[in-house]
Each structure stands twice: as C-alpha cells, then as structure tokens.
Design a protein. Structure first.
Lengths: 116, 114
C-alpha cells in the first residue's frame, strides 16, 4: 500500500519570504499522480498543484512550485513571496495512475503560519 | 478549477434521526465520487468510493448500513447517515472526479448529533 509522509506538523514563514513544505511517499508503481491541497480555516480543500510522475519537469503554478524527485520519492512544495492568505493546512496526496476509481492517499498535513 | 457543491453546510439533528447530505458536480460529469470524514486537526479519512450507477465501495471499518451512499447520476451523490448518534458528529467532505482527471472537493458539511 502507498503511504505519504509529511514530517513537518507546523511551519512558519514571514510574509514575502519563501517556505518549503516536505513530502515523501512510498510506492512500487511507476504511473501515479502527486498533489498538494490547501485547506484554509473555511475547510474547503483547494487544489494547489499537481504533478504527473511521468513528467520530469517540475510543476509550477504562479508562486507555487514543486521539487519532484522521483528516485528519492520526494515531492516538496515551495511557496514564494508568501502572503497572509497562504496560511492554511497543506496536504500532500498520492494517487495511482491505474484505474479511474483509484483513491487519494493523504499525508497528515502541515499547518503553515504566515507572520507579518 | 471545477466546482463541487455540498448541501447542507451545517446540520444539527437529534440522536436516532437520519441525515442526508448532497454532493453535486456543477460543471463537469463526475464518474467517481468520494466521501470523506475529517476529525479536528486530522487528515481526511476516506469512507467510500462510488461510481455512477454502481454500488459504493466502502473502506474497512465503515458501516455500509449506517452510511448509505447513492450515486444516482453523473452530477449527484448523496450520503445518508442513518440513525445518527453523537459519535457520528464530524465534518463530512465529498469529492468528485471525471475520468482520470483531478479530484475536486466540496466545501464540507458539519454534522452535529445531539
């Protein structure tokens, strides 16, 4: 079974600075997807960024980028120019590429605080 | 991204009653829908997966007779908590996916059973 590990329960960053959230996963599959979801205090889960395992290029979405290291099974999220609105719980997630009903496996989350 | 709605956002009910939560994909057809439960300060726990027109597949430890899931159409899934008890109080989140594409989440329903 696949597992996702987020080793940082809490992180803090100053506004306008850069922060990196860590995520590692364990799988024997070669075809899969990786995601970062954000859950603000409203508790609405919001997709931040996704990465297909077959793509070598790291995904980027505006201020958010990932460092995908397939051999090391690492998938970290970098938030640049942090804003107060980035404060939230961040979940890393894995999904198998096999089957339309394949499930998301979530990490335990990292709570990000953004300070002035 | 795609929009998933969930209704109601909050519900309070008496012990022993049943509660229905609706989940709709508003701008795409959801071949697969997922129901999660989230306890405070914890990650999402998958309860069941449903495909349109098929019976739901429940995760281990989830009582299928207590948590009834119906995926009647490509845009609607419902979760009914039957004979609710205080221990069923939680935050329930639905999620929808079309094909092999990304999964989108509803805003969640806070259930309080008195």
């Amino acid at each position: 079974a696949q597992t996702v590990t987020q080793s940082q329960p809490e992180m803090s960053v100053q506004e306008a600075e850069t922060v990196t959230l860590s995520c590692t996963y364990d799988t024997s599959e070669s075809d899969y997807y990786l995601f970062w979801y954000k859950q603000p205090p409203s508790r609405q889960m919001i997709l931040v960024i996704r990465q297909e395992a077959y793509k070598q290029q790291n995904a980027t979405e505006n201020r958010f980028s990932v460092n995908f290291q397939k051999a090391a099974k690492s998938f970290s999220l970098k938030i640049s120019d942090s804003q107060l609105g980035d404060a939230a719980m961040y979940f890393c997630a894995y999904r198998s590429g096999y089957g339309t009903a394949s499930k998301l496996t979530f990490g335990t989350g990292t709570r990000l605080q953004v300070t002035l | 991204g795609a929009v998933v709605s969930q209704h109601p956002s909050r519900v309070i009910c008496k012990s022993g009653t049943s509660v229905k939560i609706e989940c709709r994909s508003l701008d795409f057809q959801a071949t697969t829908m997922f129901w999660y439960r989230q306890f405070p300060k914890q990650s999402l726990m998958l309860m069941a997966t449903s495909n349109e027109g098929s019976k739901a597949t429940y995760e281990q430890g989830v009582e299928k007779d207590k948590f009834l899931i119906n995926h009647a159409s490509l845009t609607l899934s419902t979760l009914t908590v039957t004979s609710a008890h205080p221990e069923d109080s939680s935050f329930y989140i639905c999620s929808a996916r079309g094909g092999v594409d990304t999964q989108y989440f509803g805003p969640g329903t806070r259930l309080t059973v008195l």
